[in-house]
Ligand binder design. Structure first.
Ligand code: FES
Ligand code: CO
Length: 326
């Protein structure tokens, strides 16, 4: 991960996996090149660096006993705070060294996912009101691996111009490629587009092609959303995309799809469709050069219809400057 991204992301909440992935049994996740062990006890989910201070064993190969994480190599025990509470090799009465600790990361369960904050600075969490709103159905999507850096994947999601090409027949129609002018607004820390009219072949499953409105919003460096609204029925679908940065080469995409209308589909049909759409984007994103999203606005050639991507690039650039790492 490059330096600018590194600092910005370490200060943020990064999605690590779905809540349902973390049972008592410890699991390993790689976040920004770092091996993390996640496990659950009666206090909730905990995240440590997946490294035992004794001899560097991966704690994720161990187990949880009485709420403590046990190292697989020599059985040292670590409590929820990461403090070592037992060293089986120590003779009776010998104190546990103070340095015997696991490195703990802040960890939160929100919106069906587990989030990690590598710098332990507990930043604010983005709002997602639909998730608690009973009039919405929420479907979790992912993981989907992609061999690209996160900002390219995020920008692809914010890119309105590709729908009639990459997703022709699904999210766009070949003879309706034109994107009308729209603005992007930055208000009270929110970055969002106007409603953008898109002609789609079958936006609601009724078989009827028509115009729907897309509104994009940037929530965090690696969390973005759009809302699709049908102007005739006012039915809304919101998709939130969250990227987990794994290594320099690999990202994992997760999402939540929220509907305030009956789609007539099972959860699996909904996620299968999303997988298919993502599979169409994947070869494009994995082969874009440079791999790093250019934050210099003179780099590449933008159209007016790329305003949302430009706003995202400006946002990332500003974040870097704020943190003094640009
Ligand atoms: Fe973990 Fe020895 S390496 S207890
Ligand atoms: Co796409």
């Amino acid at each position: 991960m490059k330096r600018l991204e590194d600092q910005v992301l370490r200060n943020d909440w990064i999605v690590a996996c779905k809540i349902e992935d973390v049972k008592e049994e410890p699991i390993q996740k790689i976040v920004m090149g770092e091996r993390i062990v996640l496990f659950r006890n009666e206090d909730g989910v905990h995240a440590f660096r997946d490294l035992c201070i004794h001899r560097g064993a991966a704690l994720s190969l161990g187990c949880v006993k009485d709420g403590n994480l046990i190292c697989p190599y020599h059985g040292w025990e670590f409590n929820s705070e990461g403090a070592c509470t037992n060293i089986p090799q120590l003779p009776e009465g010998r104190a546990i060294p103070l340095k015997a600790k696991a490195i703990k990361y802040l960890c939160r369960e929100e919106y069906g996912f587990v989030w990690i904050n590598l710098n332990n600075n507990d930043p604010e969490f983005f709002p997602y009101p639909e998730f608690a709103d009973k009039t919405y159905r929420n479907v979790l999507w992912g993981p989907q691996e992609v061999n690209a850096l996160p900002p390219r994947v995020v920008e692809n999601f914010l890119d309105v111009g590709h729908l009639a090409f990459v997703h022709v027949g699904y999210l766009g129609v070949e003879d309706h490629p034109v994107i009308g002018d729209y603005d992007v607004h930055v208000e009270d820390g929110r970055i969002f587009s106007d409603e953008i009219s898109i002609f789609q072949p079958d936006p609601d499953g009724s078989g009827q092609s028509k115009d729907v409105y897309y509104t994009y919003e940037v929530l965090r460096p690696l969390v973005v959303q759009f809302i699709k609204r049908d102007p005739e029925t006012d039915s809304k679908m919101k998709i939130i995309l969250m990227i987990s940065p794994v290594t320099e080469e690999k990202s994992i995409a997760y999402g939540i799809l929220s509907f305030n209308y009956d789609t007539g589909q099972t959860d699996k049909e909904i996620t299968d469709f999303q997988d298919m759409i993502f599979a169409q984007d994947k070869p494009i994103v994995e082969n874009q050069k440079p791999e790093e999203l250019p934050l210099d606005l003179q780099a590449e050639l933008s159209l007016k219809s790329d305003r949302m991507s430009i706003a995202y690039r400006q946002y990332l650039k500003k974040l870097g400057v704020t943190l003094g790492t640009a």
